[in-house]
Structures are given as structure tokens and as C-alpha cells.
Design a protein. Structure first.
Length: 369
């Protein structure tokens, strides 16, 4: 293997593929990045068996190929070398077996690699149900739902985001049993599937999306493949049935609070100042004449804020909830105004955009004495 490449071009590709690599992998070869230099391109692959990221660099003025071949290089060291080497162009070639020389204008590194044949074969074929999805819509889906997924492994299915397609519609849902986030988007294709993708894998995919483009999504029984802009990302699916969350979402409401998104976020921030991570409960007291947000901790003190820029419809109502959960839910909206819909004091409440219904956030209240 022997090639010359622009440093920033290689750095960008390595930054993507290393996102799939785990330094704690039980298979030592998977702590590396596979370099596969072909006649017309360089293909970089990183994987931890849960997620695989492959990036392709085409042969052009940025990539000069002298001799094809391949090697697996430790992801941490090769990324650091390429990041810190002081040169616009880098030469990389294997010297003896898997020993690889990386050189710039004044620097030379010899890095021990692994034979490319030792890298496990990963099937990245485009099989399964095909769906076209705009990259920015996928990014929105992930950002508007991921925070509601569970971080506890005792219920693995809840650590993912559920993608359910039917009747030209895709419902994406995450829940940890205490809150729920749902995003609904329209599909051109009339396809049917119900899969749950690990939240961590989707988070890495979101970081790789750089521009507004169409993504090809291939859904199979055990994996899903994303293809876009010289990148192929494959992630395993979580086994099991995702709970039917539609029955948790009320369809009629007796109370409604309308207000500005940033105004409420700032108020929650101030009222949360006298709470802590273990006990971040705040209280909302509402009637048509006065709306008050407050918190009280016996060992710290209390705070009260009147929301005079809010509009409330309904009988008097008091409800307590986690300021963190409410804050996460409200931040998911990119619109200036939201509405909060209630059915009762100890019933889940819904947060929606003031005009659209494509994003639904549900938060469970907390009993306070």
C-alpha cells in the first residue's frame, strides 16, 4: 500500500470512521481502522460490531495512489498523528508486512499495523426495505427524541429509538418510562416496518451528517444501513418489542397553557437554581388570573416566579414535575411558541408546538407532599 493524500481530507474521513471504534473491543483488530486502498479510491472502515462506519475517498487531485493494498491501523494513534502532523500533504505506505510509515514535510512515524485479512468481514450490502429520508429531517428526528431514551441497560429496548413506518408515515419514539418524545414525518414510500435502533448509534450518525441531502435507508430484520455522500453506516437493531406508547398519549385535554418557548426555558432555569440533580422538582400553579412557577427545598430555600407572559385556559390546576425533563422536552422545539396540555393533577402532560403536531413531548408529573 502506497499513497499520498491531503491531510484535511484524510482527517475528515478518519474523524467519521473512528466514531464507530471502541477502544474496549474484545477483538483487538476492531480497535483499528481498516485502510483498503483500491485502484480508484481509499476506503476506511471502523466498527465495534454494533455500528460500522465506512467512508470512501475517491482518487483525484487530493489522493494519489501509487500501489494498492491494505492495513489495519490503531484508530487512536493514526487519528492523533494525522491531526497533529505539520504538513498539508501526507504520504502513507507499508514498509514491511503491516509496519506502516506516515510522513509529512518534517515528520516521520512508523506505526505497527495488523494484516487486513485479520479484519472481520462485514456485510454492507444494500438489502431490505428501502426508504429515502432527508438528512436534515433525520438529524431532527434524532435531536428531538434521543434525550428521552433510557440510559439503563436493565430494559435494553428502551435504550433505543423506535422507528415505525406505516401508511406513508414514520413515527419515531423514545421513552424511559418517565417521559416520552415522538417525532412524526411523512414518507414518499408506502412501507411497513417496526424497528428499534440504539440511541448511541443514531447519535453518531447525526454527528456525521454535514449537508442537506437524501439518505438511502435499508431496513432488514437485524440491521439498518444508511448510505449518503460516500458514507455507509450500518447499525444493529435492538431485539424485542417496543412498548405501544400511543395509549399513553391523551387525546383530550381540560387545560392549556400557551407561552413563548425561550421565556419558559429561562423561567425554568431560574426556578431550578435552588434545586439539585437528585431533587430537581418544580411546581406550576395555574389559574386564569395568575400562573406561578416555583421550587422549594427545605435545606436550601425557595423561589417563585410569576409567568405574566403566559395564557392559561381551564380551571385552577397545580402540577409538579422534573425541571430537567421539562427543560429537555421544551428544547426539542425549534419554534418560538409552544402549548402545554394537561388532563389532571397526576396525569401525564403533553408539550407541542403551538401550530404543528409533528413533535409530541410527554412528561409524567411527580407527587409532592
Amino acid at each position: 500500500m502506497d499513497f499520498k493524500i491531503k491531510r484535511l481530507k484524510l482527517l475528515n474521513a478518519l474523524s467519521k470512521t473512528t466514531k464507530a471504534v471502541s477502544i474496549r473491543s474484545p477483538l483487538p483488530v476492531l480497535t483499528g481502522i481498516k485502510f483498503d486502498l483500491q485502484e480508484n479510491c481509499l476506503i476506511l472502515t471502523g466498527s465495534d460490531s454494533d455500528i460500522t462506519i465506512q467512508t470512501r475517498i475517491e482518487k483525484d487531485e487530493n489522493l494519489i495512489i501509487n500501489q494498492t493494498g491494505g492495513v489495519v491501523l490503531n484508530s487512536r494513534y493514526i487519528l492523533d498523528i494525522v491531526r497533529k502532523i505539520d504538513s498539508d500533504e501526507i504520504s502513507i505506505h507499508t514498509i514491511d508486512g503491516a509496519l506502516t510509515r506516515i510522513s509529512g514535510s518534517n515528520s516521520k512515524f512508523d506505526l505497527n499495523g495488523t494484516d487486513i485479512l485479520d479484519y472481520p468481514r462485514i456485510d454492507l450490502s444494500k438489502t431490505g426495505t428501502k426508504v429515502l429520508l432527508n438528512s436534515l429531517i433525520l438529524k431532527d428526528i434524532i435531536s428531538q427524541t434521543k434525550f428521552a431514551a433510557s440510559d439503563k441497560e436493565n430494559k435494553p429496548i428502551l435504550t433505543g429509538i423506535n422507528f415505525k413506518a406505516t401508511n406513508h408515515q414514520l413515527e419515531c419514539t423514545a421513552t424511559d418510562s418517565y417521559r416520552l418524545a415522538k417525532k412524526i414525518v411523512s414518507l414518499d414510500e408506502d412501507v411497513t416496518f417496526n424497528i428499534t435502533i440504539p440511541q448511541k448509534s443514531l447519535d453518531e450518525i447525526s454527528k456525521i451528517i454535514e449537508s442537506d441531502e437524501m439518505i438511502e435507508m435499508y431496513v432488514s430484520d437485524r440491521k439498518v444501513l444508511y448510505v449518503f455522500n460516500n458514507n455507509i453506516i450500518q447499525t444493529r437493531l435492538i431485539d424485542g418489542s417496543f412498548p405501544d406508547t400511543n395509549r399513553l398519549i391523551p387525546d383530550s385535554f381540560n387545560y392549556e397553557l400557551d407561552l413563548d418557548t425561550h421565556y419558559l426555558l429561562n423561567a425554568i432555569d431560574r426556578v431550578s437554581l435552588l434545586t439539585n440533580e437528585q431533587n430537581n422538582i418544580i411546581k406550576l400553579d395555574m389559574d386564569p388570573d395568575k400562573i406561578v412557577l416555583s421550587s422549594y427545598m427545605q435545606e436550601i430555600g425557595s423561589v417563585e416566579e410569576i409567568l405574566d407572559n403566559a395564557f392559561y385556559k381551564g380551571e385552577p390546576l397545580s402540577i409538579s414535575f422534573s425541571s430537567k425533563y421539562a427543560n429537555d422536552a421544551i428544547r426539542a422545539f425549534n419554534e418560538p411558541k409552544i402549548k402545554i396540555l394537561f388532563t389532571g393533577e397526576m396525569k401525564p402532560f403533553i408539550i407541542k408546538d403551538y401550530e404543528k403536531d409533528d413533535v409530541i413531548q410527554l412528561v409524567l408529573p411527580v407527587r409532592t407532599f
